[in-house]
Write a protein that binds this ligand. Structure first.
Ligand code: CTP
Ligand code: MG
Length: 227
């Protein structure tokens, strides 16, 4: 089975408070984004990688690509002002009706076995995401005053990769632009159109490196994976 992957990497990493794109921070001797790219570079099912970055960081991305010897990166495209726009720009550079995965540059820990399960589910159903059941008790609150405890039974935390037929997700992104729908992931754009998306049970280790303590956790899991 084959797939392409779009990797949005054009963020600023404001919650990391590192004064630079968090994807360039060191993780076990190389930039965080190099770990994410390596997973797909080494996966035989992955035919090409589309990376979305900020144009003024293209040089840094190109240096990383060269240093690591990555050869599946077919395009480095200019990202947009939010994640959704960056993904759309990446999708725009792909043609055909292959399976496309969308994967956050900030998730360097996804297990390739789960990626393959996701690709197989996408092949079957047309749209699938990795997600994990929530562990915490979830409160809804305004101004820190709780109004409700939400039944956790049906709640999942969405992760990436998320897998789609290319034409389906391209159409959803185009419609979202026209209707002004915004989502922090790609499945939500299909959901807004009433289209079905299936969950593949993911792994709690597939964290999105977002705040400083996540780097410590990522380092721990990468050490475990490499030994
Ligand atoms: N992303 C992107 N283009 C943007 C914003 C985000 O490609 N305009 C990417 C990020 O680089 C990241 C992924 O989307 O790989 C998930 O976003 P997030 O974790 O929110 O990263 P940042 O937006 O960089 O971080 P923050 O929200 O803390 O600023
Ligand atoms: Mg963000």
């Amino acid at each position: 089975m084959k797939y392409s992957v779009v990797i949005p990497a054009a963020g600023s990493g404001t919650r990391m408070k590192a004064n630079q794109n968090k994807l360039f921070l060191d993780l076990m001797g190389k930039p965080l984004i190099a770990h994410t790219l390596k997973l797909f570079e080494e996966d035989a099912w992955c035919s090409k990688i589309i990376l979305a970055g900020k144009p003024d960081e293209f040089q840094i991305f190109n240096e990383i690509i060269k240093k690591e010897g990555f050869c599946k990166i077919e395009a480095l495209v200019a990202g947009g002002s939010d994640r959704q726009e960056s993904v759309k720009k990446g999708l725009d550079s792909l043609k055909g009706d292959e399976i496309v995965l969308i994967h956050d540059g900030a998730r360097p820990l996804v297990d390739i076995k789960l990626v393959h399960q996701l690709v197989m589910e996408t092949e079957k159903t047309g749209a699938a995401i990795l997600a994990v059941p929530l562990k915490d008790t979830i409160k809804k609150a305004y101004n820190k005053k709780i109004v409700e405890t939400i039944d956790r039974e049906a709640l999942w935390a969405a992760q990436t990769p998320q897998g789609f037929k290319l034409s389906t997700i391209k159409a959803a992104h185009e419609k979202a632009v026209l209707s002004g729908v915004k989502g922090t992931d790609d499945a939500s754009l299909l959901e807004a159109l009433g289209q079905a998306v299936t969950i593949v049970h993911g792994d709690y280790r597939n964290i999105k490196v977002t705040t400083p303590e996540d780097l410590v956790v990522a380092e721990h899991f990468i050490t475990g994976r490499e030994t």
